[in-house]
Design a binder for this molecule. Structure first.
Ligand code: CO
Length: 144
């Protein structure tokens, strides 16, 4: 497995609008994308940018709100009504190679690679095989 850049942390929220206000007004974020729907995954998402400082470049906070009660993250909000930390995401150069490597190590990859919120292929690895962290692996966007 070739570990790439730490891309984002995923945070579930009962209200993406309230969370945007929190990150803007409490945390001082100045760059927040417009929320958009990912109907195939049952969620609405947006990204809060952290500034580019020195050698580490701006990672993001992904705010995720369920589109409806059928959303895969609806149960997370039932257990955590305030929302909260949901997953971490790391980039890899080759998504299919990474999937094969995780599977060769006996890690449970959840489903086939699919287009994620950044428009590149992603998959998730089961938290029970990852020290308790639901882990998203995403192919590095071209041009980065
Ligand atoms: Co994510």
């Amino acid at each position: 497995m070739k570990l790439g850049r730490f891309n984002h942390i995923g945070v579930v929220t009962p209200s993406i609008t309230d969370s945007i206000a929190h990150w803007r007004d409490v945390m001082g974020a100045t760059s927040i994308s417009e929320p958009f729907d990912l109907p195939a995954q049952g969620v609405k998402v947006c990204f809060v940018d952290t500034p580019v400082e020195g050698p580490t470049n701006g990672t993001q906070i992904e705010l995720i709100e369920p589109l409806d009660e059928d959303s895969p993250i609806f149960g997370f909000l039932t257990k955590n009504p305030l929302g909260g930390q949901h997953h971490v995401c790391f980039e890899v150069p080759d998504i299919h190679a990474a999937k094969a490597e995780f599977e060769a190590m006996g890690k449970r990859v959840l489903g086939e690679p699919r287009i994620g919120a950044h428009g590149t292929l992603i998959f998730f690895v089961h938290p029970k095989d990852m020290g308790g962290m639901l882990t998203e692996i995403m192919e590095t966007p071209k041009g980065h």
